[in-house]
Design a protein around this ligand. Structure first.
Ligand code: CDP
Length: 235
């Protein structure tokens, strides 16, 4: 009997390794992986390129009508690239100009409604792992498995610094630390869908876990959930 497919929601602070585990799970389980943060980053890129006033309701609503987001599987990364109006912006959205503004944009109610509606449609068929800040609380409150990730702040800063330094050797640790602290603060204190642990989310601190150890842990939880579903189906 084929394993029933579930929805896996992964939330947590910046640079906790959410996308690493999400990608590992999608490869191991044959699930679709959606990086919801990439959507907020691509919207931010559009706003920056078109000088949209973040705090002007009419401008935001109007701009969103011109934003078309889609995902395209990239076999080299074993994950999807994001397209903004058909342009592949996967690399540009990771750069500092977008990182410095994305949390302000993601706090705007209209932006969230726009993104969440699309995210929910992607989960209709299940077999999906999505990472972000509000996946277990708002996007998929019914998800069968919710994981809330955390890691030591110093570990997170170093991980992100090394990642960014590969592409830009002008970047400094202080700049990265400041960006992570600011985003975590805005994301956790905003009015709309703040980052918080869903009551039924399992806490995963991966400061001292290797990628393989964290995958095995989460796969165990997946197995439990799908096993429960199977048992319920058999009745
Ligand atoms: O990779 P990292 O964890 O640093 O960030 P990300 O997942 O790319 O998300 C970038 C930003 O988008 C976050 O700092 C949040 O402001 C916002 N975001 C959100 O509000 N809700 C989500 N579901 C995902 C991201």
């Amino acid at each position: 009997m084929e394993q029933p497919k579930i929805i896996i929601a992964i939330d947590g602070f910046s640079s906790c390794g959410k996308s690493t585990i999400a990608k590992q799970l999608s490869v191991a389980l044959g699930y679709k992986y959606i990086d919801s943060g990439a959507m907020y980053r691509a919207i931010t890129l559009y706003f920056l390129r078109h000088s949209v006033g973040f705090y002007h309701h009419g401008s935001v609503v109007d701009a969103l009508q011109h934003v078309n987001l889609s995902f395209e599987y990239n076999p080299d990364r074993q994950a999807s690239d994001i397209l903004l109006n058909e342009e592949n912006v996967s690399l540009e959205i990771r750069e500092m100009p977008v990182s410095n503004k994305v949390s302000e944009v993601a706090a705007i109610k209209e932006v969230r409604l726009f993104a969440v509606e699309q995210q929910q449609k992607m989960g209709i068929m299940k077999g999906i792992v999505m990472d972000g800040r509000d996946i277990g609380t708002v996007v998929f409150p019914q998800a069968e498995l919710k994981v809330f990730m955390t890691a030591d702040p110093a570990v997170r800063v170093l991980r992100r610094f090394h990642e960014l330094y590969e592409k830009n050797n002008q970047i400094t640790i202080d700049e990265v630390r400041h960006n992570l602290e600011l985003r975590d603060y805005i994301d956790s204190t905003r009015e709309e869908s703040p980052l918080k642990r869903a009551k039924d989310a399992i806490l995963l601190d991966n400061s001292n876990l290797t990628p393989e150890e964290q995958l095995n842990k989460v796969l165990g939880w997946v197995q439990q959930r799908t096993g429960n579903l199977q048992a319920a189906e058999i009745g």
